[in-house]
Design a binder for this molecule. Structure first.
Ligand code: ADP
Length: 539
């Protein structure tokens, strides 16, 4: 027997319409230089409609890829909706990628047009000769346009004369809405294509109380870039609910973020740990009013326990640790605390909060050993994480590497994890980052997390270096908080000793000026490994 319910298409148009109908006066604010640009969801809707008309006039067809090269801003949000709701595919380009990777991605996706922030135009000017499919460059400029590109037009001029309504097409929910390439820490970028249906369901999933728990009452600030996994889907979730949104533009220094949280009364924000480590340094020294902040969602790489504890104990701010990937839209696991955990002693609660959380409702997980058998959820046994669910990719875009990653309806993440009895997942490492020492594995993530718990340490990255006897041994690179008076090596070893067996300790600790970061602000272990590939460990 069939269910007798409507086959209602799950598309982003519903999300867009709802914000306009129910929350037309709610504000969207963007930091531009020293001032704030503000308008409402009603203004936003008008401009999204004009944009859709303009794209249609330019000849953009259903399924065409229209790229964005932009910071987080109201215009980027317009593109997030205008492009997919008129039937095209919003392809977010990572503005921190090296030119050759940008060229590769744009040509691989066969982008027809690129919408670029004026400040990022020089980037495009440099590579424009290599772009094979791009017909139009749409420049999001606040001032008159100046460029060497002959196919460039101004975004504002483009939309200005258009109608503020659009005959939105009836889209198939399975049609592509957006695409994003992995940032390449694991080799060449691979394209992931989100559908309307997956984006809609991901937004619903993100809004759930026991997930990221957004509300129409929130003032949401996605600090995670809109080119990094659709800013973790937060702009779609926030628009669905009618939450007010704050966009930091390119202003991501600790002081910018503290000012924005304080002045805009931000209640929910999200970003990678390195951002919040930086912000904590400032908040320790200077008073800002952070009382509006309800939760900070942290993911993308492991949030050190010390950071979660410091924010809570010293500032009364809650960090919610989450795990995800470009391939999972990215919501995978979220670190909300079960009642059973809240009944544990404080120390154990923090240990759970430092894990990456339990699977979000809708996401299925398993950790498997090398024979493909599921490992026990005992908090110890490690396995490779595999996931499936309605917002998990089923293949990469035109990429032969798909067959290695998508097997029997599961996505192989390449992350090594353990699950405890309560279902809390801990990322032990990425498969290729683990230190394989004499047949045993050492987790670089755990070492980093504890080293960063030393009060004199700002950042730490641990890598495997080749070793004649043990095959690989860990080397720790440490950035001191105070470079003039760094902690001693011995102090760091003393700090590590209670948490690790002796053979798990790094063979050497080196103090460095900075640790190279990836295009999305993670420690770039690929670059670090390259730098130290010939390093000889002390005897
Ligand atoms: P890239 O692979 O280019 O870094 P992604 O943003 O898709 O791009 O990264 C996903 C990876 O980031 C995961 O496979 C995992 O290794 C890591 N990751 C994400 N969130 C966390 C977290 N909370 N803790 C530890 N690692 C994380």
């Amino acid at each position: 027997m069939q269910g007798l319910m409507m086959d209602y298409p799950l598309t982003l148009r519903t999300v867009l319409d709802r914000a306009n109908r129910l929350f037309p006066r709610r504000k969207l604010s963007t930091k531009i230089g020293a001032s704030m640009h503000r308008y409402t969801y009603a203004d936003f809707y008008d401009r999204v409609s004009k944009l859709a008309n303009a794209l249609a006039r330019l000849g953009v067809q259903p399924g065409d890829r229209v790229a964005t090269l932009a910071w987080n801003s109201y215009r980027h949000l317009e593109l997030y909706f205008g492009i997919p709701c008129m039937g095209a595919v919003c392809h977010t380009l990572n503005l921190r990628l090296p030119p050759d990777q940008l060229i590769y991605i744009i040509n691989h996706a066969e982008d027809k047009a690129i919408c670029v922030d004026q400040s990022l135009l020089p980037l495009l000017e440099k590579i424009s000769d290599h772009l094979k499919t791009v017909e139009t460059i749409i420049v999001m400029a606040d001032a008159p346009l100046q460029t060497t590109l002959t196919n460039a037009i101004s975004y504002e001029e483009l939309i200005t004369g258009e109608q503020a309504d659009f005959a939105w097409p009836e889209l198939d929910e399975r049609s592509a809405a957006a695409m994003c390439y992995t940032s390449g820490t694991t080799g060449n970028p691979k394209g992931v294509v989100y559908s309307h249906r997956s984006s809609y369901l991901h937004a619903v999933g993100a809004c759930m109380t026991d997930s990221l728990g957004l509300s129409q009452n929130d003032i949401v600030m996605p600090v995670v870039p809109m080119f990094h996994v659709m800013a973790w889907g937060i702009p779609y979730a926030a628009t669905f609910l009618g939450s007010e949104q704050v966009f930091p533009g390119p202003h991501l220094q600790p002081r910018d973020l503290a000012d924005l949280i304080q002045n805009e009364r931000v209640s929910l924000t999200a970003g990678v740990p390195t951002l919040w480590l930086g912000l904590f340094g400032l908040l320790e020294q200077e008073r800002f009013d952070m009382s509006s902040l309800r939760v900070m969602i942290v993911g993308g790489s492991a949030a050190p326990r010390s950071m979660i504890e410091n924010y809570q104990k010293k500032l009364g701010l809650r960090i919610c640790h989450a795990w995800g990937m470009t391939e999972t839209s990215p919501l995978g696991t979220v670190g909300n605390l079960k009642r059973e955990v809240l009944e544990m002693p404080e120390d154990q609660q923090y240990a759970v909060r430092a894990k990456q959380g339990i699977p979000a409702p809708g996401i299925e997980v398993r950790a498997v050993d090398e024979n493909g058998a599921e490992v026990a959820w005992d908090g110890k046994t490690m396995g490779e994480l595999q996931v499936r669910g309605p917002w998990v990719a089923s293949s990469y875009y035109n990429d032969p590497r798909s067959s290695a990653s998508f097997v029997d309806g599961w996505f192989r993440t390449g992350d090594v994890v353990s699950f405890d009895e309560d279902g809390y997942m801990q990322i032990v490492d990425r498969t290729k980052d683990l230190v394989k020492s004499g047949g045993e594995w050492i987790s670089t993530v755990e070492l980093e997390s504890v080293i960063m718990g030393h009060p004199g340490v700002l950042e730490a990255a641990v890598i495997a270096v080749p070793h004649a006897k043990w095959q690989e041994r860990p080397l720790a690179l440490v950035v001191a908080r105070d470079k003039v008076a760094p902690p001693t090596k011995e102090a760091i070893y003393d700090h590590l000793a209670p948490h690790f067996a002796k053979w798990q300790l790094p063979d050497e600790i080196l103090f460095v000026e900075a640790i190279p970061k990836t295009s999305v602000g993670k420690f770039d272990k690929k670059v670090v490994r390259e730098q130290y590939k010939d390093y000889t460990l002390p005897e």
